[in-house]
Design a protein around this ligand. Structure first.
Ligand code: 13P
Length: 341
């Protein structure tokens, strides 16, 4: 049986494919006010609403970045912000520029009781109504982030199962409303685990997520995956080559991510700009069959240098834009395996 009309399936798979256009990726500019504080503060940028609006406008109006960016994820506040000269809403501005607007619809993490401080993502209540409203106002895709950590007893099978089930429920609701769900089960970089441990956990998490998506009759052709890159924990004493990391990542996906999924769009997750680009590039060069577009959905790895150049001062806008163009271009090339260091 079909759980979505044929028309809706076609609409969703077109959106997903166009976000996963080879050579392009996603800018995750969806940090809510509380999180952007942690990005602004180190650069001494005051975290007020106008600075948040101006900063996003600066990014979204950088024409030369657009050939490398297929979609941009917004948070609720930014979704309803407008340009300062012609009062155009940001989703409208992006759509006119050929960039697909997306929206984060989860409502953050809470502790999952009965576990060693693991988390579950909130936001299913009222989700359908919110999705319909966002779609009406121009959103074409959505994001929901589940977070898992590697530690002595973590991730527990309970945390893996519950997070997978909520991701699947979210994905199903989004599709009913015409939004392509980005499914984001992030395995955190924190910890001293090695590469093999991250690969093992990532495989378990992804296998569980795709079983849950199947249980909920989610139409995979109309979804995108946003996973972590498979790497050692940031306090791991062992070092690995970029090629080893890339190979572990591709092997994990080949074992767990169905071919029907059009694109795997990585989060940067605390890797610095250089490593995020180098890993993506090496992943695309792994000599194994890879049936999906492998690209980026970076937040910090597309913005750290931009914020450092901007410093909250309009006089630095041009330098900030140049940094954004540089990062977008590098990652666009890396998504084709064509970035030369
Ligand atoms: P980072 O690339 O900074 O990890 O952000 C991506 C994102 O949207 C995480 O939810």
């Amino acid at each position: 049986a079909y759980y979505l009309s044929k028309d809706k399936q076609v609409e969703l798979s077109k959106i997903a494919q166009s976000i996963a256009t080879p050579g392009k990726g996603i800018l995750a500019a969806d940090e809510p006010a509380g999180i952007i504080e942690s990005r602004f503060a180190p650069m001494n940028i005051e975290n007020n609403e106008e600075n948040r609006r101006y900063y996003r406008q600066l990014l979204f109006r950088t024409k030369e970045s657009r050939q490398h960016i297929s979609g941009i994820i917004l948070c609720h506040e930014t979704f309803y912000h407008k340009t300062d000269d012609d009062d155009t809403s940001f989703p409208r501005l992006l759509t006119a520029a050929g960039i697909i607007p997306g929206i984060t619809v989860d409502r953050g993490l809470i502790v999952l009781g009965g576990t060693d401080n693991e988390t579950i993502t909130q936001g299913l209540d009222g989700l359908e109504e919110r999705c319909r409203e966002y779609k009406k106002n121009g959103a074409q895709f959505a994001k929901w982030r589940a977070a898992l950590k590697i530690d002595k007893n973590c991730p527990s099978q309970l945390a893996i199962n519950e997070n997978a089930s909520k991701l699947a429920r979210y994905a199903s609701i989004c599709q009913q409303c015409g939004l392509v769900p980005i499914v984001e089960p992030e395995v955190s970089l924190d910890g001293d685990h090695d590469l093999e441990e991250c690969q093992r956990v990532t495989e378990n998490v992804l296998a569980t997520v795709y079983k849950a998506l199947n249980d909920h009759h989610v139409y995979l052709e109309g979804t995108l995956l946003k996973p972590n890159i498979v790497t050692p924990g940031k306090d791991c004493p062992k070092t690995y080559s970029v090629e080893q990391i890339a190979e572990a990542t591709v092997i994990a996906f080949r074992r767990t991510v169905p071919t029907a999924v059009p694109g795997i769009m990585f989060l940067s997750g605390g890797h610095n700009e250089e490593n995020s680009t180098a890993y993506l590039n090496a992943i695309n060069r792994v000599n194994l069959y890879k049936p999906w577009t492998l690209s980026f959905s970076y937040g910090r790895a597309l913005q750290t240098s931009v914020l450092r150049a901007w410093k909250g001062d309009k006089n630095n806008s041009e330098q900030a834009r140049n940094e954004f163009i540089r990062l977008a271009r590098q990652n666009g090339l890396a998504s084709l395996g064509r970035y030369e260091l």
